[in-house]
Design a protein around this ligand. Structure first.
Ligand code: GLU
Ligand code: MG
Length: 458
């Protein structure tokens, strides 16, 4: 980032300040998501926004090595505490926060002191990969579904904050004001909410938002989660996005929806391949399908993720794809007759919300691009729960279980040339360091201890 770019950003921010002040904004929080999936923040008074937009604020390089419990992993060479980066908010997305009066939020990128992009900044990585896919004439639209549970009061034990059957209106009535305030806050913040419902597990709710370009969608995922948490605070409800809040129950997923577009046409509809995919969409999807074990190191990034990722829980625990198949990791959604040209998309179900959404989408784009480069093809779609198939049928269909541990996923990630070369060696090294350390941290933990230790972190 050169001086003229800094001046342009400062000017853009200056233009925003009076409007923000009018809306009562006192301070602006700039966030980035680390490799363990935790959203970290630095804030400035609103008058300092132009300065921060141009020059950023300091942040240690060691955040690339933060574990979910704030332990700093990494080389014992004494360099971890040395060096600084700048986090620079994206002034195009400054949002006054409806559920945190006086605050605005902006997603941030991390730059080096020289003004060069930090090679391990996940948001800048996703931006780069989005551009490289765009160079092939492909625009990606995506969204992250958000599932969460609410717990009554500040206690560490999970006490469902609402009772009633899954999908039951009882829950909506029980938390009527809270649910309304979540939706209102998001709409006020410019989030295009598409749907809301009580989910299956105890105290669980779900919200989906419209698809956007990758970086914007990942930003929205951060904003939505933070907003839900803030509204919960007002109602004495604690929020958890953990994939396994309660060992006995169904988990929280973080399904990703993806569609590819060229010249305004949805490449996931009207094509001559299975289920209406175009050749490009098939190749992209096949690149993702074959790399799902490796992608789990990004999308199911904690040992606790693997407590959720089991058959018969709609988590998509098999390497398979199929039309509206909730037990296949890739669930093709073609929409209703008449809506297919705009609605068709691929839902990747096996991921959860401990994922850094920027890293995860970067992985998906790199996997899809590798599939396109290779002209990859998909196997036959699967129209039955793989858990109901016998060994022979699974083998005939090439259907396997996804990794059952983070260890397996991490090994697959490290061995995947397409992903590691897209991420670069420094980022890969940091990711491996954090994942290895979390594996070690929880190596001896029981399922209950693991769920308890990770329940309120993200
Ligand atoms: N809660 C399920 C999961 O862990 C997903 C349920 C659904 O299909 O919406 O992914
Ligand atoms: Mg759901």
């Amino acid at each position: 980032m050169d001086v003229s770019e800094r001046e342009a950003r400062s000017k853009q921010a200056e233009e925003l300040v009076p409007g923000l002040v009018d809306q009562g904004v006192v301070a602006v929080a700039a966030t980035f998501v680390d490799n363990s999936g935790i959203t970290r923040v630095k804030a400035v008074p609103v008058a300092r926004l132009p300065h921060m937009a141009a020059w950023g604020v300091g942040i240690s390089t060691s955040f690339d090595l933060f574990r979910c419990d704030d332990f700093i992993t990494g080389p014992a060479d004494g360099r971890a505490p040395v060096g600084d980066l700048r986090i620079i908010p994206d002034v195009r997305r400054v949002v006054p926060l409806a559920a945190q009066p006086g605050w605005a939020w902006a997603p941030a990128d991390r730059y080096q002191q020289s003004g060069a992009p930090h090679p391990q900044c996940s948001r800048l990585l996703l931006d780069r990969l989005t551009h490289s896919v765009a160079e092939q004439g492909i625009a990606v639209k995506c969204s992250y579904e958000i599932e969460w549970v609410v717990s009554d009061g500040p206690g560490d034990d999970f006490a469902p904050g609402v009772v009633g059957p899954g999908y039951g209106v009882t829950r909506l009535v029980g938390l009527s004001d809270y649910c309304r305030d979540v939706i209102t806050a998001l709409i006020e913040q410019g989030v295009d909410v598409e749907q809301f419902h009580p989910e299956y597990a105890a105290g669980q709710l779900e919200l989906s938002v419209a698809a956007q370009a990758p970086v914007e969608a990942a930003d929205t995922s951060v904003l939505v989660r933070s907003t839900i948490r803030a509204v919960g605070e007002e109602y004495g409800l604690r929020t958890s996005y953990s994939p396994k809040v309660d060992v006995a129950g169904v988990g929280n997923g973080g399904h990703v929806h993806l569609s590819l577009w060229r010249d305004g046409q949805n490449l996931m509809a009207g094509g001559d391949r299975a289920l209406g995919l175009s050749e490009t969409a098939e190749a992209f999807s096949a690149g993702v399908l074959t790399r799902l074990p490796a992608l789990l190191a990004l999308g199911a990034p904690s040992p606790v993720s693997y407590l959720r990722l089991v058959p018969s829980h709609w988590a998509g625990a098999y390497v398979a794809w199929g039309l509206e198949n909730r037990e296949a990791a890739l669930r093709m959604v073609t929409g209703s007759t008449g809506s297919t040209p705009w609605a068709a998309n691929l839902e990747v179900k096996c991921f959860d919300l401990l994922a850094n959404p920027y890293l995860l989408m970067a992985g998906l784009l790199a996997a899809g691009a590798a599939g396109i480069a290779k002209g990859a093809v998909l196997p036959e779609p699967v129209d039955i729960d793989p858990a109901a198939m016998d060994e022979q049928a699974l083998a005939d269909g090439g259907i396997t279980r996804l990794p059952k541990t983070l260890r397996e996923s991490l090994d697959a990630f490290v061995a995947d040339e397409a992903l590691t070369s897209a991420f670069g060696s420094d980022l890969v090294a940091s990711l491996v360091s954090v994942r290895e350390s979390e594996i070690e941290l929880f190596a001896l933990a029981s399922d209950e201890d693991l769920a308890k230790a990770t329940r309120w972190l993200h």
